[in-house]
Design a protein around this ligand. Structure first.
Ligand SMILES: Cc1cc2nc3c(=O)[nH]c(=O)nc-3n(C[C@H](O)[C@H](O)[C@H](O)COP(=O)(O)O)c2cc1C
Length: 224
């Protein structure tokens, strides 16, 4: 087993996706991994935050105190777990902007062979939770990574009546966010973090240049 190095990249405005990220981080650390928990830039205007809610403002302060994720944090890691609130059935724009920003890593094939997993938080039960998880997993496949979900051997996944899915960790927070993240959702998030750490400890990433592969495909030898 190698020492697993896990980078968690989170976007969160009201704190529930951040709570999931913290549970994932705790699970990965319990499994022996070194963990980096990072945020992305906030790109939308401040009106997206309810400034009348002390809990939201506290969550914002906690979020902003995290280090800003960089491409180097992903190169360092053997496992990458990213997540955002669901926005209109999709991942959030700030996380998507970060994923676009790491395009040079795709060209270098720098993430090939690493383990990837996802998490999200939604207001509603059936309004984009699993769709967002699947969308979050797709960039990992483009990067040549190995996808990890949550197996049904996790008891909280079998019992859940709220968030948590075979496709990743999730929370259903209610229309006004009042439900927060329940104990089962946290348990599933911890299990995902631990699982990615265990898997990442067993693999050796296999970086290889995508550009060199393209030029080799154009050479006469490749045609023969
Ligand atoms: C612009 C915007 C779009 C949203 N779209 C959805 C949606 O499509 N489905 C849903 O269930 N919740 C939606 N929500 C609610 C958030 O996903 C939900 O409040 C989430 O728990 C927030 O995560 P956070 O606490 O980490 O900020 C939306 C919220 C905002 C501000």
């Amino acid at each position: 087993m190698n020492e697993a190095k896990i980078t968690i990249v989170v976007d969160s405005r009201y704190g529930s996706t951040l709570t999931l990220a913290q549970a994932i981080a705790a699970g990965a650390a319990d499994a022996g991994a070194e963990v980096r928990l990072c945020r992305v830039d906030i790109t939308e205007p401040e009106f997206s935050i309810d400034t009348g809610r002390a809990d939201f403002l506290a969550a914002q302060a906690e979020y902003r105190a995290l280090p800003r994720a960089s491409a180097q944090d992903l190169e360092w890691a053997t496992g990458i777990i990213w997540g955002s609130p669901t926005r209109y059935g999709l991942m959030s724009t700030p996380l998507r902007a970060f994923i676009d920003e790491i395009a040079p890593l795709w060209r270098q094939g720098a993430l090939i062979g690493k383990v990837g997993a996802a998490f999200t938080s939604t207001g509603g039960m059936h309004s984009g939770n699993e769709m967002t998880l699947l969308a979050l997993l797709m960039p990992f496949m483009q990067h040549g990574m190995i996808i990890a979900g949550v197996p049904h051997s996790v008891p909280a996944l079998v019992r859940t009546r709220s968030g948590g899915s075979p496709y990743g960790a999730s929370a259903v927070t209610g229309f006004d966010g009042a439900l927060g993240v329940d104990a089962g959702e946290k348990a599933i998030a911890r299990a995902l973090g631990a699982r990615v750490a265990r898997l990442a400890g067993q693999i050796t990433p296999e970086p290889a240049s995508v550009e060199l592969a393209a030029s080799a495909a154009e050479s006469p030898e490749a045609a023969s």
